[in-house]
Write a protein that binds this ligand. Structure first.
Ligand SMILES: [Zn+2]
Length: 173
């Protein structure tokens, strides 16, 4: 799932759950449940071409934009409607995307991909990592993640629905 629905869900939880430690814990773990929903996703394979290749940035660029869309929506929503506390929402949002950040760390750690990245060489392929890695965290995430690829309308509608529900919670409740 894209980062924006994860970010907004983590943020929305901090509004409906008054107990902050509980809200932050839920913000993190609900990520795995959201990933069960059929969804489209970023195409990651180009990242293994390495940082000297254009394909690398065609993967990283949309992910960075996706991250800033989530954070921007929260900030704009807060200052427009003043209907929820900003910092808990941002912390909840970051916790909501942290599981995917850990995925990225797992990938860059796979067979020392980070060294290849540093040297500007091609990395071990994402597909190889996804199926071969023994990293317990990554396998935990993959266990929950809906691995079927829904890059059609359905995969987009489900994420839009999540975003709309989150915005209703943040703005209207
Ligand atoms: Zn995920």
């Amino acid at each position: 799932m894209f980062l924006t629905p994860h970010f907004l869900t983590g943020a929305a939880i901090t509004k409906v759950v008054p107990n902050k430690p509980l809200a932050y814990t839920l913000a993190f773990f609900i990520h795995f449940l959201l990933d069960r929903i059929p969804h489209s996703d970023h195409f990651l394979s180009g990242i293994s071409t390495g940082r000297k290749n254009k394909s690398f940035y065609q993967v990283v660029g949309p992910i960075v934009i996706d991250f800033f869309v989530g954070i921007a929506l929260i900030i704009i929503a807060h200052f427009t409607f003043d209907n929820f506390a900003l910092w808990p929402a941002i912390i909840g949002g970051i916790l909501g995307i942290l599981p995917d950040f850990f995925n990225a760390l797992s990938y860059f750690n796979y067979k020392k991909n980070y060294l290849l990245l540093f040297k500007g060489q091609p990395l071990y392929p994402v597909e190889e990592f996804a199926t071969q890695t023994k990293n317990p965290y990554y396998r935990f995430h993959r266990f929950f993640h809906n691995e079927k690829v829904y890059n059609g309308i359905l995969g987009t509608i489900t994420q839009l629905a999540v975003i709309i529900i989150d915005l209703v919670v943040l703005l209207a409740l």
